[in-house]
Design a binder for this molecule. Structure first.
Ligand SMILES: [Zn+2]
Ligand SMILES: [Zn+2]
Length: 649
């Protein structure tokens, strides 16, 4: 008689295929059963929406996705494991150091450490890299161990690491794990890659100061940044891309091309847009307005401040308070600078009685928002405290939702074509059922419903997307859009969010066909993001060589000598009449220098005028970066350039 029946579990793969495995199989066992090649590449696994170590045993029927370096979850795990490897090397080099946290970030990882009496210099980074490489080659496994709170406290007390003890305070028995690789043990919830041998190439990139818990009153720790890859080739490519990015740095180009400036008296993170930058802003807004008018949007304008109560209703206070400027008090009432346009738009919706016939109502505004980013986080145009957002809110019924959401996605894709953004990824950020009522509005059914709606729209529209658990907005699922510049650097551009909560908080209603009051769904969208981040991106993307429609100066007329200035002025008049932004270089300089200087300012077209051009009533055309394009009739040139600008080529 068989006393023991082997138990089987059902594993569902992302393509919907279900297979049976022995209870207690790990993701790695499952990968091996598929192919040895696959098993070699698996570095983590998404098990029931959570990322796990590949060696952890699976005991129940569950969805499984095997993760490699190419998955975001795989990369994060890889980099988090690299942070542990760096910590091991640091401890080896500076015995007695204490560790705070070491998370993965967008490009790599960091660890915040208290070096005690030690200091660390650039030279030490090279030594640390070498030590890390040596430890990596030992193929040390990352070993997970659940541990009781008492045991954990004892361990870190013995080690004298008050930072880890601080973290332990907020943890309770049953949720504490430690990870050990080689000679290093860390309090960590994981997950980690199977062993250090996966880490083949390492570059430690930066040392910075970081206040403990981000609070300026606390002790300053040392933050060490790094990045790692599964091959040397990938690291080389990454470093080459960084080199190119340096040349295209938006702060450098922004200054050279007169796009924006920062001033201490105005304040950190508050860019001043110069005339050239303002032209780009106006062209982008023109594009947005045209597109939104075609899409049936209506434009609104709202104030930059509002009373405290508005942000209490919206939930920005107290949840978002740290990111808002402190209030100003007037007649006993607190006013805040707006951090989001949403609440103002909701009030416009609420200002009139709405019926289902008024929906969808699409309200658009290039709204100015103010956010309190910590000074250490500020970065050129990428992280600022004043931002102009390509914002809109769409109020619609459930039946209208799919079509509206699809139209918004199509708008994103239309813009990507215009700006030559070939590589992009849309990430569907979902809720985590365990965090309902804390991080997420406690509406389990609505979450599942709206997530399913978004998933369906994306699938039907054939838009490639990845799903990310536990990254939703607090009021609903969202699509995060990642784009890559021409040199392959990643930017987070914008989000497209579904909101089933704010409509209720603001008691927004419309009268449906049965004469009942109903709450609309809201879509928040900002395809062009903010002027600040988008223009920062475009500066790098185009290396400052904007297409003619965006270029602050579209044409520069270069007379070979003073004799031809009068003729140059007649050409300028024709260009201005055609709404082309043009100017004359009237300096007494050699033509070679005039051309070089105009090239440096990245002006798309140069019109050279000499004896021959004046006699024949023509112009010699030069294209930025391409050189001579031959002699042309002025009218012919104007017509061609007009078409190029109108079509935003
Ligand atoms: Zn960790
Ligand atoms: Zn919004």
């Amino acid at each position: 008689m068989r006393l023991f029946m082997e138990q089987l579990i059902n594993i569902t793969f992302p393509d919907g295929v279900v297979r049976q495995y022995k209870k207690g199989s790990s993701a790695l066992d499952i990968a091996k059963s598929i192919s040895e090649g696959l098993a070699k590449k698996i570095i983590a696994a998404e098990v029931g929406g959570q990322i796990w170590d590949v060696t952890r045993s699976i005991d129940e029927n569950i969805d499984l996705k095997l993760l490699t370096w190419d998955d975001a979850g795989g990369k994060n795990t890889f980099w988090h494991s690299s942070a542990h490897l760096m910590a091991e090397a640091i401890e080896n080099m500076f015995p007695g150091v204490k560790f705070w946290v070491g998370p993965p970030v967008d490009n790599g990882f960091y660890y915040d450490v208290d070096l005690g009496d030690h200091t660390i210099a650039e030279d030490d980074l090279r030594k640390l890299e070498a030590k890390m490489a040596e430890l990596a080659r030992q193929n040390n496994p990352y070993i997970r161990k659940p541990i009781s709170k008492t045991e954990a406290v004892n361990y870190f007390e013995a080690k004298g690491d008050e930072y880890k003890l601080d973290i332990l305070q907020s943890l309770s028995d049953g949720e504490i794990t430690i990870y050990t690789q080689g000679n290093f043990t860390d309090l960590c919830r994981g997950p980690h890659i199977p062993h250090t041998g996966f880490i083949k190439a390492i570059k430690l990139t930066n040392i910075a100061g970081a206040y403990w818990k981000g609070d300026e009153k606390n002790k300053q720790l040392t933050r060490i940044y790094g990045i790692s890859f599964p091959s040397q080739k990938q690291l080389d490519e990454y470093l080459q891309m960084l080199e190119e990015a340096k040349k295209r740095d938006h702060r450098k180009l922004g200054k050279e091309l007169g796009i924006f400036t920062m001033d201490d008296d105005v304040g950190p993170g508050l860019p001043l847009w110069m005339p050239n930058g303002t032209i780009i802003i106006e062209e982008l807004e023109k594009l947005a307005k045209e597109t939104e008018t075609d899409g049936g949007y209506k434009r609104v304008v709202t104030p930059h401040i509002a009373k405290e109560n508005l942000y209490l209703t919206s939930g920005h206070l107290p949840y978002y308070q740290d990111s808002m400027y402190p209030p100003m008090e007037l007649e006993g009432v607190k006013y805040y600078l707006k951090a989001m346009n949403c609440p103002h738009h909701h009030k416009i919706f609420a200002a009139e009685q709405r019926s289902y016939k008024d929906l969808p109502l699409r309200l658009a505004e290039y709204g100015t928002c103010y956010r309190y980013e910590q000074s250490g986080e500020l970065f050129g145009l990428m992280r600022v405290r004043c931002l102009h957002m390509n914002d809109a809110h769409i109020y619609c019924t459930r039946e209208q939702f799919a079509a509206e959401f699809r139209a918004v996605n199509e708008m994103y894709i239309k813009y990507f074509k215009i700006f030559g953004i070939d590589k992009y990824v849309m990430r569907l950020s979902l809720h985590d059922p365990a965090k309902l009522g804390q991080k997420y509005v406690d509406e389990p059914q609505l979450w599942l419903e709206t997530e399913a709606m978004v998933r369906k729209v994306m699938t039907e529209a054939n838009i490639p997307f990845v799903e990310v658990p536990d990254e939703g907005a607090f009021y609903g699922p969202k699509i995060d859009v990642q784009i890559w510049s021409t040199i392959g650097r990643e930017f987070t551009l914008a989000t497209n969010q579904v909101d089933f909560a704010q409509g209720r908080s603001f008691k927004l209603e419309y009268i449906n066909q049965n004469n009942d009051a109903e709450t609309p769904l809201i879509i928040h969208r900002a395809p062009l993001g903010t002027h600040e981040r988008f223009i920062g991106f475009l500066l790098e993307h185009y290396a400052g060589k904007f297409p003619a429609w965006l270029a602050p100066l579209q044409v520069k007329i270069l007379p070979i000598s003073d004799k031809f200035i009068d003729y140059a002025k007649t050409v300028l008049e024709k260009l201005k009449k055609a709404d082309i932004r043009a100017g004359i270089d009237e300096r007494n300089e050699k033509i070679g220098k005039k051309i070089r200087d105009t090239e440096l300012m990245r002006v798309p077209y140069m019109l050279v005028i000499g004896e021959k051009e004046v006699n024949e009533n023509k112009i010699a055309v030069r294209r930025q970066g391409k050189g001579d394009e031959g002699v042309k009739d002025v009218d012919e040139f104007v017509a061609e350039l007009r078409a190029e600008i109108m079509e935003r080529r």
